[in-house]
Design a protein. Structure first.
Length: 114
């Protein structure tokens, strides 16, 4: 296995958990899937539609998101938003994320001093 292939796999593993935090955070304001893809891309977080939509359905089945259809525009759109339970989970995830980043930075700074 080459370096690029190995690195790509590691990066994908890192992204899996972080994308859930991003989606829950961004959907505190209702949005539809395509809009969410663009919003995330503007912040440097890329996600493909074939990854996002199954994730949205899974988070909805876990009661972290709710969805509703809007027929106000030219075509119907399914809007998602974070539930109160989803906001609780997001808050806990943010705390764990910040703690993990702080601990990782300590480890990485130790590595730099060697």
């Amino acid at each position: 296995m080459g370096k690029d292939e190995l690195l790509s796999g590691f990066i994908q593993e890192l992204r899996r958990g972080t994308i859930i935090i991003c989606v829950l955070a961004k959907l505190q304001k209702p949005a539809y899937g395509y809009n969410l893809i663009n919003d995330l891309a503007e912040t440097g977080i890329t996600i493909e539609a074939n990854t996002l939509y199954p994730l949205l359905r899974r988070l909805e089945s876990q009661e972290l998101l709710e969805s509703s259809w809007s027929t106000d525009g030219a075509k119907p759109r399914k809007y998602y938003h974070t539930t109160d339970f989803g906001k609780e989970i997001l808050s806990d995830l943010k705390s764990h994320w910040q703690n993990a980043v702080q601990n990782m930075n300590k480890i990485l700074m130790e590595d730099d001093s060697l």
